[in-house]
Design a protein around this ligand. Sequence first.
Ligand SMILES: [Zn+2]
Length: 120
Amino acid sequence: MSMTWKEAIKQIESLFEHCEAMMTSDEPVWSQDCEALKVALSALRGPTREQVERVWRGEWIAYLDGEHIMPERYYSCSKCGGRGHLSKKNFCDFCGVPMTDKAVDMVMERLEALGYGKDD
Ligand SMILES: [Zn+2]
């Protein structure tokens, strides 16, 4: 028997519901089982967009390089400090984190292509 990722999520969700219902029976072992199922579900579902935004996303920070007679505008990555001229790049050239809304969209699409994602 072979099960898809999403079918497995559904199955574990129903185990989790069962587990939570059993928690009322004062059996401490169930709380560990429930916790383990919760971790498994979260791993199968993958990161949410909010988590990607909060944990992975960086920002381009503008600064002027004062060493030149005519200061030039550069940008540095808020995650790794890597420096470049372009502020509009979707991903940091140095550490690869997403820097724009479009880049976050691309990350979410890649995660979904791998099987992570939506609760549908
Ligand atoms: Zn970076």
